[in-house]
Ligand binder design. Structure first.
Ligand code: PBG
Length: 324
């Protein structure tokens, strides 16, 4: 006990660095990229300062910049010029994500792991992540599954290194795994958005990705923020269906979930530091209320400390620069 024991002894000088328990590395970062079929020039976004929508022709350059910063992976989101009831622009070989994949792979090959978000919400005219029964407004689970399988296969064919289903349909991981395997993509891993909450923190993303819902909300398929045991069940099922990496989303308001999942399953675990988490820090920093760099670093470090192995974050490039 005090005065013999003094915790402050290890808090200054070199020893402070040596006893540090958690570290953040550029290898932990996944950089989100938005490619927009409807534009010719880069388009800034208002709700997420620093995040841009890119035309196809600029995507490979942007990926190259990320690779030059040492970032190992990016996740691709597409904004199509055509939306319909089924989201059919999600799976064509000549659709926007497939074209962007080929451009990035031609430029970077194995120097960048390219992940694709597999979901229909950016492609459907109603903005939901699945098929809709227009009479009841129900989001239809089972008819959505083959469409997700088809989308994942088209991504793999265009060069995706990993697919990330984010629609929270039951059985989606199994459906995608068997579709990939039947098409000889046994080696393409699945990173499942396994515990994805129905969160108000996705607001800015829906502006950027143009994926807002026109009726209802996503609470019939995304999880209730009040639940934690349910996250365990969701993740367990996704692992049984063949998920290689499991994700918790959002990150900062759900650090307890990240911690539980990591310790329960010992699986490679990803966390999505979502648009609202990013926008809050940006807004406070722009007002001079917070030190942006320090708060970014502390936030990402806390996500790792909770148990995440990798973090999807709009800060990826800034963080990589800071770590250099
Ligand atoms: C769905 C998807 C969403 C996000 C990533 N994938 C939106 C949603 O579920 O409404 C949100 C990411 C963020 O807020 O940064 N395709």
């Amino acid at each position: 006990m005090f005065p013999e024991l003094r915790m402050r002894r290890l808090r200054s000088g070199k020893i402070r660095d040596m006893v540090r328990e958690t570290s953040l590395s550029v290898d932990d970062l996944i950089y989100p990229v938005f490619v927009d079929e409807t534009i010719e020039d880069v388009q800034r976004t208002t709700s997420m300062p620093g995040v841009e929508r890119l035309p196809l022709k600029m995507v490979a350059d942007d990926a190259k910049q990320a690779a030059d910063l040492g970032i190992p992976a990016l996740i691709l989101f597409g904004i199509p010029s055509h939306k319909d009831d089924q989201g059919s622009s999600a799976w064509g070989d000549e659709d926007i994500v497939q074209k962007a994949l080929r451009e990035i792979k031609a430029e970077l090959g194995k120097d960048m792991l390219v992940i694709t978000d597999v979901c229909l919400c950016e492609y459907t005219d109603h903005g939901h992540c699945g098929m809709v029964d227009h009479e009841t407004h129900e989001i239809l689970n089972d008819p959505t599954l083959p469409l997700l399988g088809r989308t994942a296969v088209s991504h793999a064919r265009a060069g995706a290194d990993m697919v990330a289903p984010s629609g929270m349909m039951d059985g989606m991981v199994g459906a995608i795994r068997s579709a990939l395997d039947q098409n000889n993509f046994n080696n393409v891993p699945i990173m499942s958005y396994a515990a994805k909450y129905s969160s108000a923190f996705y607001g800015p993303f829906r502006d950027v990705a143009d994926s807002g819902c026109c009726f209802g909300d996503r609470s019939t398929y995304q999880m209730d923020p009040a639940n934690s045991d349910e996250a365990i069940r969701e993740v367990e099922l996704d692992i049984l269906e063949g998920a290689d990496i499991v994700m918790v989303k959002p990150a900062l308001p759900y650090l307890d979930i990240i911690h539980r999942i990591k310790h329960e399953f010992r699986m490679p675990t990803a966390a999505y530091n979502v648009s609202g988490e990013y926008a809050m820090i940006k807004a406070a920093a722009q007002n001079g209320w917070l030190d942006e760099k320090k708060v970014m670093h502390e936030s990402l470090l806390s996500i790792k400390r909770a148990g995440a192995d990798m973090i999807l974050t709009y800060f990826a490039k800034d963080m990589a620069r800071m770590l250099k």
